[in-house]
Ligand binder design. Structure first.
Ligand SMILES: Nc1nc2c(c(=O)[nH]1)N[C@H]1C(S)=C(S)[C@@H](COP(=O)(O)O)O[C@H]1N2
Ligand SMILES: [Mo]
Length: 450
């Protein structure tokens, strides 16, 4: 593009959802939110009101804007003293950016999910306070001084590690995505939820710090030849237990205590969790207290009735744990409104449990034509990759899609291709291409295109 484009303006998806209206009726909830926001007179509302009263392309951006004609209050006064907040918080103007629960998804919140607001994030790192949560029996804030990790089974010398023991060992830091196997699971049969927060928000990406599991296996003298499997067990009421393969354990699995430069948050497994790069979230056992080496899969409750794939013939497929290549456009996305025609930066995320993203294609006409998006660095294995593509919206209807290809050559499938093999009654492992319909009013909707 030759000159700097004048960006089109986007009204964010309605964030507040106190009544659970969002999931039931996106349109009505959006109106309700606008009403509330205008009544509040908050910055976001003022922005929305401004956008509505200025006709598209009427004047040069900023002309006559009071914000540039008067010296603002904050340029003429003394600011807040240092350390007003011992632990920093986001700006008050960003308070709508929150993890949210999907109303009615689970019967009790302790066995629930909170979704990451992907539509409001930049780059590839998820801030700790916005990391999605998935608990089978609620979260705990465990005293690290009393926490222990036992490594036993087919080992020469079983050992119990304290947090101090572990944190003295050689540590590594790695950036990886975590995606719940049930992410996008509500969309197998039909469109179910309105925004990218709910379609794809069981997804986060952090820099984890911890000790490699192979280091611990070395210390206890694990039989890595006959011991082809490991059991990982959590210290929560659910005693989350999963079988991990020895090959993964010796490759890139970590026993982590930190995420994004600080100790894990309690919701995410403080003080210790397993990091299993590329594998579905359920294997990333939180509150990790035990690793057992064995010679066959353990077939625990968490892997025989959950996180298995219901196939069209009624059988269940087990141990499909790698998160296959997937991508989603995060802006423009469902619930957002394009306020005028013109240039937009289509942006989104791509990832693969098998390695690096090789390419992302973007379509604005429902998959008839594709062009290659720009991948922003770093492009890391088993991590989120940010992509961007230029688009000029002419005011007509459009269907936005992204399709990712990973370094092993796997291509993200269309929803009907996936259904042809897997049927429509599955929950887990839906990596289909996501479609967002832009209507002539600028409103963006979740749709399925075949
Ligand atoms: N101990 C324990 N570990 C657990 C869980 C749990 O309920 N208990 N949930 C699992 C599931 S299903 C997922 S998707 C991830 C979610 O991790 P997060 O809550 O940090 O996002 O943790 C996994 N590890
Ligand atoms: Mo999960």
């Amino acid at each position: 593009m030759s000159s700097t484009p004048i960006p089109g303006r986007i009204k964010p998806a309605p964030p507040a959802d106190p009544d659970g209206e969002l999931a039931r009726n996106g349109r009505r909830a959006r109106r309700a939110f606008m009403g509330k926001a205008l009544a509040m007179g908050a910055g976001a509302a003022a922005g929305a009101a401004r956008a509505q009263t200025s006709p598209p392309g009427a004047a040069a951006p900023g002309a006559g804007d009071p914000a540039i004609l008067t010296l603002p209050e904050h340029t003429r006064t003394l600011g807040q003293p240092v350390a007003a907040r011992a632990y920093g918080l986001p700006s008050q103007w960003e308070r709508n950016l929150q993890r949210r629960e999907s109303p009615g998804l689970t019967r009790v919140a302790a066995a629930g999910v909170s979704f990451t607001p992907l539509q409001g994030l930049f780059g590839i790192i998820t801030p700790n306070g916005l990391h999605f949560e998935r608990h089978h029996q609620g979260w705990y804030d465990i005293d690290p001084s009393g926490h222990r990790l036992m490594v036993m089974g087919m080992v020469r010398e079983p050992r119990v590690f304290t947090m101090d023991d572990l944190m003295r060992l050689p540590s590594v830091s790695r950036i990886h995505f975590i995606e719940c196997g049930a992410n996008t699971g509500m969309e197998w049969g039909n469109v179910a939820v309105p925004t990218v927060q709910y379609t794809h928000g069981m997804l986060s990406c952090c820099e984890y710090t911890g000790v490699r599991l192979s280091t611990l296996l070395d210390l206890v003298g694990a039989d890595t030849r006959k011991g082809r499997y490991l059991l990982a067990e959590g210290a929560d009421g659910a005693s989350m237990t999963r079988t991990i393969s020895m090959s993964a354990a010796l490759d890139d699995v970590m026993v982590a205590w930190a995420m994004n430069g600080e100790m894990l948050r309690p919701e995410n497994g403080y003080p210790l969790r397993l990091v299993v790069p590329g594998v579905q979230g359920v294997s990333w056992v939180k509150y990790l207290r035990r690793i057992e080496v064995g010679d066959q899969p353990f077939h625990t409750k968490d892997e025989v009735i959950h996180y298995i794939d219901l196939m069209p013939d009624g059988t269940h497929r087990q141990f499909t744990s790698v998160q296959e290549v997937k991508s989603v456009i995060t802006t423009p996305s469902g619930g957002q409104v394009l306020l005028d025609r013109g240039y937009y930066n289509i942006t989104g995320l791509a990832w693969s449990g098998r390695g690096r993203i090789r390419r992302v294609d973007v379509s604005v006409d429902g998959g008839r034509n594709w062009r290659t998006a720009r991948l922003e660095g770093p492009v890391l294995p088993k991590a989120l990759t940010r992509f961007n593509a230029d688009w000029t919206w002419d005011g007509g209807p459009a269907v936005l899609q992204s399709r990712a290809i990973d370094e092993t050559g796997h291509v993200q499938p269309k929803i009907n291709q996936l259904r042809a093999v897997r049927g429509t009654r599955s929950i887990y492992h839906n990596n289909a291409i996501q479609s967002w319909k832009v209507s002539e009013t600028g409103e963006v909707f979740n749709v399925q295109v075949f």
